[in-house]
Design a protein around this ligand. Structure first.
Ligand code: ATP
Length: 218
């Protein structure tokens, strides 16, 4: 990859942002020297509605990343307060930046194994590359045959060959971290420790605003 013109996006609900997200973005920067654009979104329709507001999720993300000059936030989606399928956000981005600039969508393994449930998933490969981090509890064997075939065809082992503007997949060297927003929400609800899972400033924000303490959690 990546020239300075490349674009790396990490989409997610970030409810809340946690050290798994941050470690993944750091690993990306370490490997490619590339800035990461965090793009918080409303959750997809199949996920339970969050108990937090868009502004609260955005505030937590700012607290977690603002000290890092290599991370930025694109809040255009979350401020629309409705779920926007990734295919539509990537099309909108391509309209702005054109099709020559390499685009990389940074995802965890859980997202990859379910990629064929995303809207117009095969079209995504005409818009972006994917950089994937392994995640505990998931296995590439869980992929459908159709998705496996796409992955086999598109995966690049040598990062110096990751040069196309879209259509390639690369597995990042990343030590899997067993942290998820779901675990964290449950831990706050049950008053269990969250040490090492979230940034201390995010932890303070959650406590100050009494987030995740209701019974509405999954
Ligand atoms: P939830 O538990 O609510 O589903 P999450 O922890 O998966 O949330 P998201 O905001 O949905 O967090 O994730 C955004 C992106 O970050 C996704 O591509 C997801 O795969 C990736 N991700 C989240 N946690 C990790 C982790 N521990 N390791 C690697 N990737 C992760």
């Amino acid at each position: 990859m990546p020239s300075n013109l490349a674009y790396v996006i990490m989409g997610g609900t970030f409810d809340p942002v946690h050290n798994g997200h941050i470690s993944l973005a750091r690993a990306l920067y370490r490997t490619f020297g590339q800035k990461v654009v965090f793009m918080p979104t409303a959750p997809p329709n199949y996920k339970q509605l969050p108990t937090t507001t868009a502004n609260e999720r955005l505030d937590m993300l700012k607290l977690a990343i603002n000290d890092n000059p290599h991370f930025v936030i694109d809040s255009s989606e979350i401020l629309q307060q409705k779920y926007i399928p990734t295919i539509d956000s990537l099309k909108a981005l391509r309209k702005k930046i054109g099709y020559d600039i390499p685009l990389y969508f940074l995802i965890g393994e859980d997202s990859l194994v379910n990629l064929d449930t995303w809207d117009s998933w095969q079209m995504l490969f005409n818009l972006t590359n994917f950089i994937v981090a392994m995640r505990p509890g998931y296995s590439l064997d869980q992929m459908s045959e159709q998705l496996k075939a796409q992955c086999t065809k598109r995966t690049i082992k040598d990062k110096s060959k990751l040069i196309q503007p879209f259509g390639q997949i690369y597995f990042l060297d990343f030590t899997p971290l067993n942290i998820s927003s779901t675990n964290i929400r449950n831990n706050y609800q049950q008053k269990l420790p969250t040490t090492g899972m979230v940034d201390p400033k995010v932890d303070q924000y959650i406590k100050d605003n009494k987030l995740y303490s209701s019974n509405q959690l999954c």
